[in-house]
Design a protein around this ligand. Structure first.
Ligand SMILES: Nc1ncnc2c1ncn2[C@@H]1O[C@H](COP(=O)(O)OP(=O)(O)OP(=O)(O)O)[C@@H](O)[C@H]1O
Ligand SMILES: [Mg+2]
Length: 276
């Protein structure tokens, strides 16, 4: 029988993750919170039925009701890793998983989110943009949303010290199966753009420009039009982000990240300017 020995809790992320030993080997384990969305939806239901309705109807490509061919988040995460690996993308080794947890080999590196919070690093941000673009292209070419990175915030990309490269992780969110693939792609890209903007906003204008020049070089003209037109991301991701933080706060007892500021009007205008 496999043995997991927990060593240290990881503060990034909404679920419960640890550095650990798995059968004596250095590893990473993530335990999924049990029905975090249902917990929060029930809470919202009590507080405000309108928010609850809005959530059920509009949570968009990240709806928990869809992609029912996957039984669990880990099924989705593992399946996407397998598809990516077949396409030559480096992914963590999967030691074990079930509906409630996943054990991966311990990656020697740090999340792009943490690194770029500490310092401006154009090379790592460019690699992240390229990797994100690669997953978008694969999804479109194969006409299959499972190739997309369904949760592309910067903590879901890891920079590996030894290989000097950025890899995508944690594509565990199920996306809607009742939406056209082009629309899902556009919304996921909008979410990435907002996360990128949020991270670079503390840098100098020259540094911001260099990051966005690199991002723009990956975009089609239809992407630019969509990003500029959607000054607010349909309140899909902001609702999702707020819910995630609420879950992390209530269930996991970690501090909430103030995600609302990401999606304000000013941010939308900043994004439009950067794309011009
Ligand atoms: N194999 C690994 N080895 C070392 N560290 C890892 C590994 N996988 C993930 N991490 C780190 O742990 C963090 C949390 O992992 P992960 O993103 O899978 O969990 P999560 O709680 O589902 O996140 P989210 O909030 O995006 O849903 C990552 O941001 C990364 O910093
Ligand atoms: Mg994550």
């Amino acid at each position: 029988m496999s043995k997991i020995e927990l060593l240290k809790s990881i503060s990034d992320g909404a679920n419960d993750s640890y550095f650990c030993r798995f059968n004596g080997k250095p590893a990473f384990v993530k335990y999924y919170l049990k029905n975090p969305l249902n917990t929060t939806v029930n809470f919202l239901k009590k507080v405000d039925s309108k928010i609850h309705e809005h959530f059920r109807d509009n949570v968009g490509p990240l709806s928990y009701r869809s992609q029912d061919m996957f039984h669990s988040h880990t099924d989705k995460e593992v399946f996407t890793y397998q598809l990516w690996e077949k396409e030559g993308i480096l992914v963590p080794e999967i030691f074990e998983y079930d509906e409630e947890h996943i054990v991966l080999n311990l990656l020697n590196g740090d999340s792009v989110g943490s690194i770029t919070k500490r310092e401006f690093n154009l090379g790592i941000l460019e690699q992240t943009i390229d990797m994100f673009d690669k997953t978008r292209k694969l999804g479109r070419e194969k006409n299959d949303t499972v190739y997309f990175h369904s949760d592309p915030h910067l903590d879901n990309f890891m920079y590996l010290d030894d290989a000097d490269c950025v890899i995508p992780i944690d594509s565990s969110l199920k996306v809607r199966s009742d939406m056209k693939i082009g629309r899902i792609d556009a919304l996921i890209n909008l979410y990435f753009a907002y996360n990128l903007l949020d991270r670079v906003s503390s840098y100098s204008s020259c540094e911001i420009k260099s990051v966005f020049d690199s991002y723009k070089s990956t975009l089609k003209s239809s992407d630019v039009k969509f990003l500029q037109k959607n000054s607010k991301p349909n309140r899909i991701y902001d609702i999702y982000s707020v819910l995630r933080e609420e879950v992390a706060y209530r269930v996991r007892k970690r501090d909430k990240i103030d995600t609302c500021r990401i999606y304000g009007k000013q941010r939308s205008e900043e994004l439009s300017d950067l794309l011009n």
